[in-house]
Design a protein around this ligand. Sequence first.
Ligand code: SIN
Ligand code: CO
Length: 372
Amino acid sequence: MQIKQLLGGLSVEVFLRDYWQKRPLLVRNAIPGFKDLIEPRALFALTGQEDITARMVREDQGGWDLLHGPFMRRDFPSSKSSVVWTVLVQELNHHLRSAEDLLQQFDFIPHARLDDLMVSYAVPGGGVGPHFDSYDVFLLQGRGQRRWQISAQTDLSLVDGLPLKILQHFMPEQEWVLSTGDMLYLPPCYAHNGIAVDECMTYSVGFRAPSAQEIATQFLIYLQDRLQLSGIYQDPDLQAQAHPAQISEPMLTQVEHMIQQLTWTRADIADFLGRYLTEPKAHVYFNPPDDMPDFGEFCQLVVKQGIRLAPQSRMLFHENQFYLNGEPVTINEPGLLELADRRANDGRELSRVYLQWLYESMGDGFVVWDKE
Ligand code: SIN
Ligand code: CO
């Protein structure tokens, strides 16, 4: 797929300079001939799995309601019901190779920022209501049509007491009907409302942007595990106090000095980021293969079948240190760069050390065969 086509004729540089995190971009025919990655029936079946994050939003005269998966057949309103509904499935890229491939098309944004591919299915009139998201999003239209209304409004107050975020005063400024293959990019906090014109599916490429509070909290946890401070509280010059309950100034000064020993370097921050940004989310787990070959067989198969990261795996690097799923990689071999950037190795000209590492990683379920 052509990136220029995907971005409506813009180069990545121009898109990043003029649109990314700044203003919406509508791209007609971003992916010519786009075909849904999954049929609605198969999607509904997927929502029954324990390892799927699925939500259902229903709307009727009684208002909005939100249900969390897994969903059984009986949870889906019947076609005769007057309820308007939509079902949303997060991390489709963990479950479908085609979804992972689609997400990869967006890697003109760094992997550290890319999050997941969500898909929604809606009956005519369905949607999640007028809202805003804290993250950038590319909304790619699958089957059917969806009317998108958007607004640059700064009033982002929400209706109280609802199970989902609905804007109190949505004032649409622009509106388009998107057809299959069309795409809308929205920067963070841009008010929007997508209403299914007919039975429709929409794919959302989502990003991650941790808050300063979240980063600092996680960094303090990281530091705590590595703290090596010297000294113990001592007071050979202790003076008699008028009030035994008082915390004295010398005590405060000594503790202040102790805490000032807490320092860190840019290298600590890089190490923290590598671990933190590749840490799998809490609900994600890996599936080691049932039929693990022995190492000799593995080395032969790798040439034919190639290797790729498991869809759930996250891999990043800084300078020459690589990180995979929350841990630093203990080797430094040329194949790692390709594996991190392209999420695959073609399996040729790999050193024994690297093959050994891949073999162990396959045993952990972190890498899989590229071609089965
Ligand atoms: C949807 O696909 O219905 C919701 C996507 C969004 O508004 O972020
Ligand atoms: Co949204």
